[in-house]
Design a protein around this ligand. Structure first.
Ligand code: GLN
Length: 287
């Protein structure tokens, strides 16, 4: 079935279009098809869920139906929903996203949650590989009074991150840098969700990720550990004594990453699991 069916005469109310969109999505293997179809339609027509229910018997104009069909076609081709909407939600905040940045993941909210437990006003934080800026912007808005720097190697990513910081009124200082190369400061905490997908795993990623998230933000070298090796070796030079390094990791990387921290003289090394029981964060303290 093609999304062109949405333009049929008998499918032109908001509700009927939504159902037809959901059918197309489901037939193309999209999970949560009903929810995604409604999300696309509500965003396009600028409707809250309440407005959607009140207005569901209203007809769609031909132009509205055509744009909706186009968006459904994109999603059927596995373009991520967030790229079609141009935004993603993270820790209750809205972030612009583009193909230049990794779409913020709910798993990463755990890193922010644990960082916030240890942060207090007056502390300084560096977010390495900031991408959309979601980590830096969230900690800086949730813990007023901290000084937040964020870096990325990609100037395109930094443009998106700066826009996100402005939109969220977050006082983040952005630095273009390949990991620590352009970083001169000392911090109380270094946070990072670096690229960590191994060469073998790259092949197994779903199309939404493999074809649409930037390769630069995903690929962590042959064993997926390139960034952890560099970060754990260089972070001690940029942490104040007692400072904390906290990194998101991929499934199965906890042992290797905690070993790297141990080899680089970190203490208080902890592995934190996510809600699915998967090892998700490794943290250590500079002696
Ligand atoms: N720090 C960003 C995020 O967590 C980007 C991560 C990346 O590019 N690997 O979404």
């Amino acid at each position: 079935m093609s999304a062109n069916l949405l333009l049929d005469d008998d499918m032109n109310t908001i509700w009927e279009s939504c159902q037809a969109g959901a059918r197309c999505l489901a037939e193309n293997g999209i999970e949560n098809a009903d929810w995604e179809s409604r999300a696309l339609l509500c965003d396009q027509l600028d409707l809250s869920l309440g407005d959607f229910l009140i207005r569901k018997a209203d007809p769609m104009t031909e132009a509205e139906a055509a744009l909706f069909a186009q968006n459904i076609d994109c999603r059927c081709a596995h373009v991520p929903l967030q790229h079609i909407l141009g935004k993603a939600y993270f820790y209750g905040l809205e972030f612009n996203v583009s193909p230049s940045v990794l779409i913020p993941r709910p798993e990463t909210e755990l890193l922010v949650e644990h960082a916030l437990k240890a942060l207090q006003a007056g502390m300084s934080v560096l977010d390495l590989c900031t991408g959309s800026g979601c980590i830096a912007i969230t900690v800086s808005t949730q813990c007023p009074g901290i000084k937040t720097d964020a870096s990325d190697v990609s100037s395109e990513a930094l443009e998106v991150a700066k826009k996100n910081a402005d939109a969220n009124d977050a006082p983040v200082n952005f630095i273009q840098s390949d990991l620590f190369e352009g970083i001169s400061g000392q911090y109380d905490m270094i946070l990072s969700n670096p690229p960590y997908i191994s060469q073998a795993e790259m092949e197994t990623l779903m199309p939404e990720v493999k074809d649409h998230d930037p390769h630069l933000a995903l690929y962590g070298g042959i064993d997926g550990l390139d960034f952890y090796k560099k970060i754990s070796a260089n972070a001690p030079d940029h942490l104040n004594p007692g400072g904390i390094l906290m990194m998101e990791i991929g499934a199965g990387q906890a042992y290797d990453v905690s070993t790297l921290l141990r080899e680089n003289d970190f203490t208080d090394i902890q592995i934190i699991q996510d809600l699915n029981g998967l090892d998700r964060i490794v943290t250590g303290r500079r002696a």
